[in-house]
Design a binder for this molecule. Structure first.
Ligand code: PMP
Length: 428
């Protein structure tokens, strides 16, 4: 049955769909951290729809509210509803650092890219500038503004010209750069300063610094201490907003509500999406300091800014995370997983990193060069043995694990048995 549906999809769906041929999964039903495919095979899900299903597939606490809400009221644009107001209040309460209690929320639309577009507009609106500082290896989305600050050349090249006045600094990646963490951070911050502050060759009219607190698509690149706080300092020195893209890393994934919480940094603007819709409903938000709320009615628009079911689901999911202490669970289980992965005896494993249940394993060959085939083989072996794992990285050589935060210890162990075995088999 899976083959039949895959063939049908290939025939009629867009060529733009990037289907991983080596993981021919056709899901039929999913609960918690497991997926059953159309042929009845059951998989442990270490992917969670790109880190969307933090509280698990079809979480019953969320689904009860979803069914009730869907029968009552689905779409209101910007008219008030209790789910909308409750979610705004909740997001303002859990916002990172000093944003808590001093923030505003704008729902920009269903996708992460929408939240990024809103953040770009807000930064420009408040500074009157146009220049955007971003980072190599970043991913911020598929719309034109978001692509402009995405550091992946072949992804955006066919659509040039995108936004003008965007410059990229290196993201600190000590393993890949072969530098000490301190050196990697210092080199990156120096370039950011040069872009913003150099009188010649620098950027004219900067509007903001856009950064992922952990690069997700870029390979679960977890910056050393000093990077985000250094960016905070540069932003302050130059009166610029620091925009932190928490779309993949936020909402509990790393064992704190926000990845920036690990670094004690308060952003001016935060983007969130993915897990925000609770159990996979499309919903995004841009949270920002109330001082930046200078725009007026209609300055940012969108039809789907009030999806009541998604908002209700999102709120319930945040409640669920709190009530079940899933942040602490994610921290502990993530640390256990990383330590087990570090113990695997496999020369191809160059680096194991991440925070909470955001885990990356970087594969290299004997010369230390990226080994994307190793990741593919690990994915294949895992799939054949009932575990779904994903990849990331500029070179596709990073295995990325983003299991639901409700993953149990027993599920983690079973999944890692398969995964570690797969890694041991890899021969580069
Ligand atoms: N920012 C980050 C950090 C992301 O990981 C993604 C999606 N992978 C996006 C933005 C874009 O989100 P969406 O695909 O929902 O537009």
């Amino acid at each position: 049955k899976a083959r039949e549906l895959l063939d049908r999809q290939k025939e009629i769906d867009s060529n733009a769909v990037a289907y991983p041929d080596h993981i021919p999964l056709v899901p039929d039903e999913a609960k918690g951290a497991t997926i059953r495919d159309v042929d009845g095979n059951v998989f442990l899900d270490f992917f969670a729809g790109i880190g969307v299903l933090n509280v698990g597939h079809a979480n019953p606490y969320v689904m009860d509210a979803v069914h009730e809400q869907a029968d009552k009221l689905v779409h209101t644009v910007d008219f008030p509803s209790e789910p909308r107001l409750d979610l705004i209040e909740k997001l303002e309460a859990i916002a990172p650092g000093g944003l808590a209690g001093n923030s505003k929320v704008v729902f920009g639309g269903p996708t992460g890219s929408d939240a990024i577009e809103a953040a770009i507009k807000l930064a420009k609106y408040n500074t009157g500038g146009s220049g955007l500082v971003a980072f190599r290896g970043s991913y911020h989305g598929a719309t034109s503004g978001a692509m402009s600050i995405t550091g992946k050349k072949d992804f955006k090249e066919p659509y040039a010209p995108l936004l003008p006045n965007v410059q990229f600094a290196p993201y600190p990646h000590p393993f890949e750069q072969g530098k000490t963490p301190e050196r990697a951070v210092a080199d990156s911050l120096r370039e950011v300063r040069a872009i913003i502050e150099e009188p010649y060759g620098g950027m004219t009219n900067p509007a903001g610094i856009f950064v992922e607190p952990i690069q997700g698509e870029g390979g679960v690149v977890t910056p050393p201490e000093g990077f985000l706080s250094g960016l905070r300092e540069i932003a302050d020195d130059n009166d610029l907003p620091l925009v932190v893209d928490e779309i993949q890393a936020g909402l509990g994934r790393t064992g704190e509500w926000w990845a920036s919480d690990h670094y004690d940094v308060t952003p001016d603007i935060v983007t969130t999406a993915k897990a925000l819709g609770g159990v996979g409903f499309p919903l995004s938000a841009t949270i920002y300091h109330e001082d930046l709320d200078t725009w007026g009615p209609g300055d940012h628009a969108g039809t789907y800014r009030g999806h009541v079911v998604a908002m209700r689901a999102g709120l319930r999911a945040l409640e669920y995370v709190e009530e079940h202490d899933l942040l602490a669970h994610a921290r502990r289980l993530g640390d256990d997983m990383r330590s087990r992965l570090r113990d695997v005896d496999a020369p191809a494993v160059g680096d194991v990193r991440g925070k909470g249940l955001f885990v990356g394993v970087e594969f290299v060959d004997g010369d230390g060069d990226p080994a994307p085939d190793a990741v593919k083989r690990v994915q294949e072996h895992c799939y054949e043995n009932g575990v779904l794992v994903w990849k990331a990285g500029q070179h596709g050589n990073v295995l990325r694990l983003l299991p639901p935060l409700v993953l149990t210890d027993a599920q983690a162990e079973a999944g890692l048995d398969v995964l570690c075995d797969a890694i041991e088999r890899v021969d580069v």
